[in-house]
Ligand binder design. Structure first.
Ligand code: IPE
Ligand code: IPE
Ligand code: MG
Length: 234
């Protein structure tokens, strides 16, 4: 295992963007870009575990991604199922707890079954958590939290009141959010949770991302001072 530096983020989040452009540059269909993106996820997960990160969360499918061509959406649903079925046993052996984060509404039943199976298979793992944000939208999450609170007869008055109705309430907030492919926006990711996150943007397309890029991001993070509204420490 690698030496753990002083300032490794506990929760490191990635907006895995640029699969389509990666494929286009090579004259390939977009779905092959997504497949290459899955390999980048495997590399990044391995490296994050070696470096001592506790939670890796990844934005895999947004509530807005349903607006893509039918073929691409179907391909992404199939990729998730195929990847989970093939890799969950390996992930389990390596101590990866898989959790999904998102709305179940609109997700095909066979995909939900694979999601439930992946979570229950790896529930006892404790080396690193892989939180897959799938059919996730930050605004939808807040709306769902408010409805769940109403159904439970609770009035939300404080941040903690709302937090306990989020999709994964026990997950720590992301310390560092990375977005690949040069886009400089959140696209509805971790809207509530990222209010004090650090951000790191890289032009690298997601399928080209790996250990070296991760190290650069973590180096940048370790040099930052998080002030949370307080004055600068001299
Ligand atoms: C990110 O890559 C993956 C998903 C949104 C599922 P994109 O598919 O958005 O790739 P670009 O942005 O078109 O290059
Ligand atoms: C954000 O990427 C969603 C995921 C990475 C899953 P998009 O490519 O969908 O975001 P926009 O449309 O460029 O904002
Ligand atoms: Mg994109």
């Amino acid at each position: 295992m690698e030496q753990q530096s002083n300032n490794i983020p506990k929760h490191f989040a990635v907006i895995m963007d640029g699969n389509g452009r990666w494929a286009k540059k090579r004259g390939l269909p977009r779905l092959l870009g997504h497949r290459a993106g899955v390999e980048a996820l495997e590399r990044t997960l391995r490296a994050a575990a070696e470096m001592g990160v506790s939670v890796l969360s990844v934005y895999a499918f947004s509530t807005e991604n349903w607006n893509r061509p039918k073929m691409e959406v179907a391909g992404l649903m199939e990729l998730l199922q195929r990847y989970a079925k093939a890799k969950v046993p390996e992930l389990k052996k390596s101590g990866v707890k898989v959790r999904f984060c998102g709305s179940r509404k609109g997700v095909p039943e066979e995909v939900l079954n694979v999601i439930d199976w992946s979570e229950s298979e790896t529930a006892a793992c404790d080396r690193i958590t892989l939180a897959v944000c799938f059919n996730y939208g930050g605004r939808q999450e807040i709306i769902d939290a408010i409805s769940a609170a109403q159904q439970a007869g609770m009035v939300i008055r404080t941040e903690d009141d709302l937090r306990c109705f989020l999709y994964l309430p026990d997950l720590p907030d992301p310390d560092l959010v990375i977005r690949t492919s040069g886009e400089l926006r959140l696209s509805n990711f971790w809207l509530w949770q990222s209010s004090y996150s650090e951000f790191y943007f890289t032009d690298t397309l997601w399928p080209d991302f790996g250990k070296e890029e991760l190290k650069k991001a973590l180096e940048s993070y370790s040099g930052r001072e998080r002030r949370y509204g307080r004055v600068e420490q001299l």
